[in-house]
Design a protein around this ligand. Structure first.
Ligand code: EPU
Length: 465
């Protein structure tokens, strides 16, 4: 968002924070219920000196099919929404990614039991939970803030660590707090925590100054148990918001209009635990489409929802990719070299900011010059320095980047700083001669289940080292 009022920064934390690692079992999966202590202080972890990274060699053309996992940005919110009712929830199509592991830890810290079997996640929510989100977990994943709405709605109080900024620059939560305040909550901030209370949440009209995904979700999850009617105007319209509404409605909520910019919610007394299948990850889909655009060839994305990706499909079509829906997903074919276009990010149904790193990678090897404008997170250009190390010809000016395409990039050691930028470096490396090593693989693991394996299945030369 280009202009917003920054929320007051949290008080500086005085105590040194403990850093945690999420450990994985032998199969690389988290959540084995037999492993009682998978999150341990870093001081208990033996340092091996091994840097987890991706090693990529120039590849192409791609061919084959890949199955998409469930949407990270949906499942995290559905897990938070489970706090709204006692009982056993079952989520299907849950990707095995670190952010789901962190959200599981967060729920478990409150007294919830989370177990995984394949892509099925079972969440057992007791009658009473400890409504607190500790700093050690919030610090690892900003999306933790979405527990605030459901905790307030069900328990009338919550203590949630203030999330800090991140690689995208400042990440204020003023709209989350403003919406919840309008519903009747009060907040105090002390020692890096938000102490929230609500005697009774009541329906109200909320006008968001920007269609924030997280603020819309927090407001929805609080309003479902508020007394009376809530209307959220200028709501975010992302498919993940509609998925959350479907989930809440299955639980017994009355949410109308999700997916449009006006959401109307009639508060109900109680909600119940349910079973639900998470929508596919449109950003993971974009990752494979960008790989295709760089390498050429054709592929099928099983489980993809083209109706969630209209603008991306249109943009890739303008660049020369052919995409058509198929019985269970979509089919796409790319020429040897794509054409450059201009790109501008906007809230859904506009072109998602999460697609941008992939489009920049694609433009780096496309034919022509493309101007990229970031309108959601102004600081989301940091990975461009890494692409430049690979020979990409990119000039940035404020929230614009001018990308001049070259036939090929040049393999180099680079570093992932966040989930999507990291995956974009892996994809860009497919079009770079020689070998590229992308360090910081843990960032990529936060949002991707076996990215290297899935790319290899399409014929790309990618491995984990
Ligand atoms: N904003 C405010 N105040 C607020 C909330 C947001 O000023 O209280 C501003 C933000 O600073 C930003 C804009 O509003 O400039 C949009 O932020 P939004 O709240 O929509 O983003 P978010 O909910 O924090 C989610 C996704 C992001 C994705 C954005 C935008 C999750 C967990 N995260 O973040 O996904 O980029 O929406 O679509 O759902 C990712 O998957 O890697 C990722 C970062």
């Amino acid at each position: 968002m280009l202009a917003h009022n920054s929320v007051e920064r949290p008080q500086q934390l005085c105590e040194a924070s403990v850093v945690y690692f999420v450990l994985f079992n032998e199969a690389g999966h988290f959540g084995d219920p037999n492993l009682a202590d998978e999150v341990v202080p870093v001081t208990h972890v033996q340092h091996t000196g091994v840097v987890d990274r991706f090693v990529i060699r120039q590849s192409g053309p791609l061919s084959g099919e890949v199955h998409l996992g469930g949407a990270k940005n949906s499942v995290l919110k559905l897990m938070a929404a489970s706090l709204l009712a006692e009982g056993r929830f079952v989520l299907h199509n849950v990707p095995d990614i670190t952010d789901v592991a962190i959200m599981s830890r967060l729920l478990e810290a409150m007294g919830v039991t989370v177990t995984r079997s394949g892509s099925r996640l079972q969440i057992d929510v007791p009658m009473l939970v400890q409504p607190e989100a500790p700093y050690e977990l919030v610090e690892q994943m900003r999306a933790s803030i979405v527990v605030l709405g459901p905790l307030l709605a069900r328990f009338g109080r919550a203590r949630v660590a203030m999330p800090g900024g991140d690689d995208f620059g400042p990440r204020p939560i003023n709209m989350h707090l403003g919406a919840l305040e309008q519903l009747g909550a009060t907040f105090e901030s002390a020692h890096g925590y938000i102490e929230a209370r609500a005697e009774l949440l009541h329906g109200t009209e909320i006008l968001l100054e920007f269609p924030s995904v997280g603020a819309t979700e927090n407001a929805m999850m609080a309003a479902v148990l508020a007394k009376g009617q809530t209307i959220i105007e200028n709501a975010a319209r992302e498919p993940e918001i509609a998925d959350l509404a479907t989930f809440l409605n299955k639980m017994g909520a009355q949410v109308l209009g999700a997916g449009s910019s006006r959401i109307v919610i009639e508060g109900v007394e109680d909600l119940v635990a349910v079973e639900h299948e998470v929508i596919p990850d449109r950003i993971e889909a974009a990752t494979f489409l960008a790989a295709l655009g760089i390498c050429g060839g054709e592929l099928t994305l099983r489980g993809a929802r083209p109706d969630h990706m209209h603008m991306l499909i249109q943009k890739l079509g303008d660049m020369g990719m052919r995409i058509s829906p198929d019985a269970d997903g979509l089919w796409a074919a790319a020429p040897r070299r794509m054409r450059s276009v201009d790109v501008s990010t906007l809230p859904y149904p506009g072109l998602a900011t999460d697609y941008k790193p992939f489009l920049v990678a694609l433009l780096s090897v496309a034919d022509g010059v493309g101007i990229v404008t970031e309108n959601i997170f102004t600081g989301r250009f940091r990975y461009i320095d890494e692409l430049r190390r690979m020979g990409a010809d990119i000039r940035t000016e404020g929230h614009h980047a001018v990308v001049r395409g070259h036939e090929a990039l040049s393999g180099a050691p680079v570093k992932a700083h966040d989930i999507r930028a990291g995956a974009a470096l892996v994809v860009a490396a497919l079009g770079a001669d020689g070998t590229t090593e992308v360090a910081g693989a843990d960032h990529i693991d936060r949002g991707y289940e076996d990215l290297a394996g899935k790319l290899r299945a399409l014929g790309a030369d990618v491995e984990r080292a």
